[in-house]
Design a binder for this molecule. Structure first.
Ligand SMILES: Nc1nc2c(ncn2[C@@H]2O[C@H](COP(=O)(O)OP(=O)(O)OP(=O)(O)O)[C@@H](O)[C@H]2O)c(=O)[nH]1
Ligand SMILES: [Mg+2]
Length: 298
């Protein structure tokens, strides 16, 4: 193959039901952590771009919030964001999970992407959780629903068949030179990455509805290169007074644990020491307030 004349570049949207592993797949394809990953549904709230550049193609991936039945203003906006992103992709990756039967959301998604008439890959993720006897009927069912789609079984978690997925996706993109510098891998600023990481640690630490009604906002991000240090002040925004107490925890232990987990990963990501200061602030019913949602980029 002529690597100069056959170079391919384009935008590819990752879409799917919540929790199927879209963000894990994004991080794996990009080779860096750019999106938060948790076992809880509705982790991703906004459009996140990750870029995979190799000698044959530059795939500009758009991770999206999971498709679900919206409850309230924030989740309505999340689903709307996901829908808008679908229209942006020159090719689409419909992400499905191998360990669950095809549900209504999956079928609706496959219908939607088929109607868009763009090249589609159905990535069946989490194949590490099932045997052939469950995978084969699922592949057949997906094929019956969307015969034009390429079907690629993967495990984002175990890094299984990811190179094949990248090859199939790249082949669907238009020929053209890279659109982004080769060393750029996301559209997220370091501040945004820090917000996502703090929020991820809250999702991992807290139970019940708290993660769904909590956001993180970086108030200050100060680099001190001479000390190889970054000082970050972030607010954890909760919806109710009672949630504030739970996030802080007895003697501040919960908040401390969240802060330590986020700081360690931030230090790794930024390659320097991080001083992370977290405060919890109540903003009553922010998840249903359009103005507050907008302030948070949602
Ligand atoms: N066993 C297994 N688990 C996986 C795989 N990929 C993702 N997961 C897990 O599935 C859960 C959800 O992963 P995410 O990447 O956050 O899923 P998502 O589709 O982005 O979810 P939302 O952003 O909430 O819509 C996490 O606990 C992941 O570790 C996989 O290939 N195998
Ligand atoms: Mg996600």
């Amino acid at each position: 193959m002529d690597t100069v004349n056959d170079y391919r570049t384009g935008f590819v949207t990752l879409a799917g039901r919540t929790n199927v592993g879209k963000s894990t797949l994004l991080n794996r394809l990009v080779g860096h952590k750019v999106a938060a990953v948790t076992p809880r549904p509705q982790t991703t709230r906004r459009r996140i771009v990750g870029i995979r550049t190799d000698e044959r193609a530059q795939i500009i991936l758009i991770d999206t919030p999971g498709l679900h039945q919206p409850r309230g203003e924030m989740s309505r906006r999340m689903v709307e964001t996901a829908r808008r992103c679908l229209a942006e992709g020159e090719a689409l990756v419909a992400v499905l999970a191998a360990n669950a039967p095809l549900g209504g959301e999956d079928r609706a998604l496959l219908d939607n992407v088929a109607a868009l008439g763009r090249p589609v890959v159905a990535a069946i993720n989490k194949i590490d959780l099932v045997g052939r006897e469950r995978l084969m009927p699922l592949i057949a069912a997906v094929h019956a629903l969307i015969p034009a789609a390429e079907i690629v079984p993967v495990s984002a978690l175990k890094d299984d068949n990811i190179g094949e997925l990248a090859r199939v996706v790249a082949a669907m993109l238009p020929v053209g030179p890279p659109l982004m510098p080769g060393d750029e891998y996301t559209d997220q600023t370091e501040r945004m990455l820090a917000e996502e990481l703090v929020r991820e640690k809250i999702f991992l630490a807290m139970r019940e509805e708290i993660p769904f009604s909590t956001a993180a906002r970086v108030e200050e991000f100060i680099d001190e290169p001479e000390r190889n240090l970054t000082k970050i002040h972030a607010l954890i925004i909760v919806e109710r007074e009672s949630h504030k107490g739970m996030v802080i925890g007895a003697a501040g232990r919960q908040l401390k644990a969240i802060g330590t987990a986020a700081r360690l990963e931030l230090e790794d990501m930024l390659g320097r020491r991080v001083f992370l200061e977290l405060h919890v602030k109540v903003e009553k019913n922010w998840t249903s307030d359009p103005r507050k949602l907008k302030e948070l980029g949602l």
